[in-house]
Structures are given as structure tokens and as C-alpha cells.
Design a protein around this ligand. Structure first.
Ligand SMILES: [Zn+2]
Length: 190
């Protein structure tokens, strides 16, 4: 962490300065002059006001910096050629209150879905509206106070979620792969 980052991340630094500097001043004054407030009186009132304003500005800057760090785009970076090949939708998974479409890329399908490697099953990164007559792709907006809001452009469905659709689609894919694995194991035992 750079100096700038630690100064902008650590709330304890300005708070400690605000408390410790006057205390240190008072002790210094007592040791050198025998009086607690001699040094403190040497600093004019506007000096103290400027000191207080600096501490408040510092604390506000820490809160804004933390918020901006949190709402930075968390989406994955896409490298290389654009997505051109087709996907085959194999099912829908309800998860965290929305619908995730589970797919396999056509290039990954061997003879049938039954023989397709489980690792090739994935979830679309855009969730769908849970209304069974709607199922429209949801829009994702960042919430200033943290987390995300998913909105249906068709029916107005709205859902708050702590993690982004990218994170949740990875989890949905894991659940789907686990479901497929269980189903296959069951069929094998028959
Ligand atoms: Zn909808």
C-alpha cells in the first residue's frame, strides 16, 4: 500500500492526530514551562480552527475514497476475439431471487449433453427477471451505498444484491454443475 493509499484508507490516523497532537502539546508545555496551557495559548484560535478543518476534510476524503474504491467496476476484462460462437441453453436455475440460464458452448458438446464434461456448463452473466411471463434480461446498476441493484426494463422488477452479477453467475454455475454431477451419479447407480 502506498503512502497516499494508507493516508486515505486509515481512519485512525486523522483521529489519532486530532487527539494526540493537543495532548502532546500540553505535555510538552508542562515539561518545558511548568504550565499545561502555555504552548496551547501560543497558537492563535484560527490556527486551531484550521487544524480542525484539515482533520474534518481528511476524514471526509477517506469516506469518499473508500466509497469510490467500492463502486469501481468489478466486471471481468474481455480479452481476444469477440464472442461469436453459439451457446446452447440447457436449463434455468433460480438463485438469489432471479433466474440464471445455464448453457454449454456448441463447440464443447461432444455426442450429447450426457457426455459433455461438467466443467463446460456455465451460467450467463446477465440474470433474468424471475416473473415466469417476463424472463427479460435484468439491468445492473451500482448502488452508491454499496452493492448492486438489478432492474427489469419490462415489468419494473427490482432487487438489491450485495455482489455483482459476475460474482453471482459464477456461484450459479457452481450450483448448476453440482446439480448435474449429482444427477449423473444417480443415473449411474441405477
Ligand atoms: Zn420482468
Amino acid at each position: 500500500m502506498s503512502v497516499k493509499e494508507s493516508l486515505l484508507n486509515n481512519l485512525a490516523i486523522p483521529l489519532l492526530l486530532a487527539v494526540l497532537l493537543p495532548i502532546a502539546g500540553a505535555f510538552g508545555s508542562l515539561l518545558s514551562t511548568g504550565e499545561w496551557i502555555t504552548w496551547i495559548q501560543l497558537i492563535p484560535l484560527y490556527g486551531w480552527i484550521i487544524f480542525l478543518i484539515l482533520i474534518v476534510v481528511w476524514i471526509v476524503a477517506i469516506f469518499i475514497y473508500r466509497r469510490l474504491e467500492k463502486i469501481k467496476d468489478t466486471g471481468p476484462t474481455i480479452f481476444g476475439i469477440p464472442y461469436v460462437y453459439e451457446r446452447h441453453i440447457v436449463g434455468e436455475l433460480p438463485y438469489v431471487g432471479v433466474i440464471w440460464r445455464i448453457y454449454v458452448d456448441f463447440t464443447d458438446i461432444l455426442d450429447s449433453f450426457e457426455t459433455t464434461a461438467i466443467k463446460n456448463f456455465n451460467a450467463e452473466s446477465t440474470p433474468r427477471c424471475p416473473d415466469k411471463n417476463c424472463k427479460t434480461e435484468l439491468e445492473e446498476h451500482k448502488n452508491f451505498w454499496g452493492g448492486y441493484i438489478w432492474l427489469c426494463p419490462r415489468c419494473g422488477f427490482k432487487k438489491k444484491n450485495k455482489d455483482s452479477r459476475y460474482t453471482e453467475s459464477e456461484r450459479a454455475a457452481k450450483i448448476a454443475r453440482s446439480d448435474i454431477e449429482k444427477k449423473r451419479n444417480k443415473q449411474r447407480r441405477k
